[in-house]
Design a protein. Structure first.
Length: 245
């Protein structure tokens, strides 16, 4: 069944209004007709099972049949602090992170990041990244549309993460898989978890020291060196498996 998202202001007593690009998608791409069924999510983990009532040029009106809580969300909120990668790797990272259940993606400008965004590029990138997050949320039947945060510096990101219940940072020089397994098990039971992922050149030793000083747990992901676009998805996959009942 096709899935759409709406704001709470477009939900009425027994009906929902869809507008914008969704109208063109329903009319001209999907060629749907009145009487067909769709699911609309309010972005706050509630699914509305609806029947198309009318399709006009600028809006589609739906009749609500029933509502239910979306069961796709993880019990913990996972925040991915992703150092800015080269080329278009961030798009892949956001897409797959959303599919795996991330709550928010925070791009981070760490010392060894090659990519530098000025204000103009940052605005365009954020718009593009948020569109990718929304598309991935629809495809994977998410109950929310994860937010892509504006880029932060490394120390700003650490401060932002201080509000979370638990944080970890994979590091190629970390030792001891037993300790790493314990950290993953602990993280899976927390209300909110931050994952810090370094750029192509990895984190500087001073950044790791700063992270540890601020209570972030260092973990190993094994004997292989993972690419920046792989490491975060690896940790997300582990946590998703441990958190899913």
């Amino acid at each position: 069944m096709h899935r759409f998202y709406c704001s709470e202001s477009d939900i009425y007593d027994d009906s929902i209004r869809l507008c914008g690009s969704d109208v063109n998608h329903i009319r001209n791409v999907l060629r749907m007709k009145p009487g067909e069924h769709v699911i609309v999510n309010d972005g706050n983990n509630m699914d509305y099972h609806c029947v198309i009532d009318t399709i006009d040029t600028d809006e589609v009106m739906l009749k609500i049949d029933h509502s239910s809580e979306c069961m796709a969300e993880l019990p913990s909120k996972i925040y991915l602090f992703q150092s800015l990668p080269k080329l278009d790797k961030m798009e892949l990272i956001i897409q797959k992170a959303v599919e795996l259940g991330v709550h928010e993606v925070i791009p981070v400008s760490s010392k060894r990041c090659v990519v530098k965004l000025d204000d103009k590029k940052e605005k365009k990138k954020l718009e593009r990244w948020q569109m990718i997050a929304e598309s991935a949320a629809k495809q994977s039947m998410r109950g929310i549309i994860p937010k892509v945060h504006a880029p932060l510096g490394f120390k700003e990101a650490v401060k932002y993460a201080s509000e979370l219940s638990y944080n970890m940072i994979p590091y190629e020089l970390a030792e001891g898989m037993d300790v790493s397994r314990e950290i993953m098990d602990t993280a899976a039971g927390k209300e909110s978890v931050g994952i810090f992922i370094g750029p192509e050149g990895g984190y500087c030793e001073s950044e790791i020291e700063y992270a540890v000083e601020n209570g972030i747990q260092v973990v190993s992901l094994g004997n292989r060196i993972l690419r920046t676009e792989t490491a975060g998805l690896c940790v997300l996959s582990i946590l998703m498996f441990k958190m899913t009942k």
